[in-house]
Design a protein around this ligand. Sequence first.
Ligand code: NAP
Length: 286
Amino acid sequence: MSALIMAGAPCVEALEEKQKMRVAALKEAGKEVCLAVVRVGDDPASIVYVRNKKKACERIGIVSREVLLGAEISQEALEAELDQLAADEKVDGILLQLPLPKGLDEKKALAHIPAEKDADGFADENAGTLINGTKGTLPCTPRGIMALLSFYGVDPKGKHAVVVGRSAIVGKPAALMLLNADATVTICHSKTKDLAKWTREADILVAAVGRPGFITGDMVKPGAVVVDVGINRTPDGLRGDVDFEAVSEIASAITPVPGGVGKMTVCMLMQNVIDLKEQKAAAAVE
Ligand code: NAP
């Protein structure tokens, strides 16, 4: 069997058309959408990620404000910068590019981004709304996974979804979103015994591990839908968490790396900022 390749680009293209229209409608009403992206230090991967976010803003018509801070900045000064953006009426969403340089506390810094400007969906308040299944801002990567599944006609309802990885930014929220979409969900992690027993049960397998080629062909049920979240820099270039060659022969559908979930993450960031602006505009009318 040769799997359907669930590329991110066509899905992003379709979603961006709608995003452009929403941003244009806001602009017509005199409301410019603005995303502030804060980068601390010169991590090469962060530079690329921030550049991609800026490009997406430009395509859609969102004003992107880049705040570049030196790696030697103190925790207090970083928090003061975030407080300033939080108080700035013109800024609709704030993103703090992670990881932060050594010595800076990410959790403490993120706490200075209020839920109503939390473009990344990392705020505790937004984690709460995800658990409650109520309206809130969803983390971009798992939101992107759900959008990609929907675009390729994969309905999680009644399916067994197995998520490998339980990070707060990918694994856990992805599992909750799949649960909220009526999948039966199993979450696996580094302490899971006999991992392959679980992954072979998956109708939808999400790999968010951070190890190149970790999910091998013998770990996948024939016909499964496989979502590879991994972005691993190797001497052979970027590789996912899934052994693509082997698994694409077994799965019914699979996301490529690069060009799969990664593309969706930036697109969902744009979606989150537009959502936040529309909510702000609606609240101003009430
Ligand atoms: P993370 O915080 O390091 O979490 C990795 C998870 O994998 C942990 O829950 C860990 O379990 C689990 N794990 C590690 N070794 C394992 C093993 N041998 N068996 C089973 N589970 C194991 O990473 P993350 O931030 O979630 O990111 C995961 C991957 O996705 C990375 O490659 C990252 O670069 C990529 N990523 C991609 C995007 C995108 O836009 N496509 C966005 C974010 C992240 P424990 O909890 O027990 O330690």
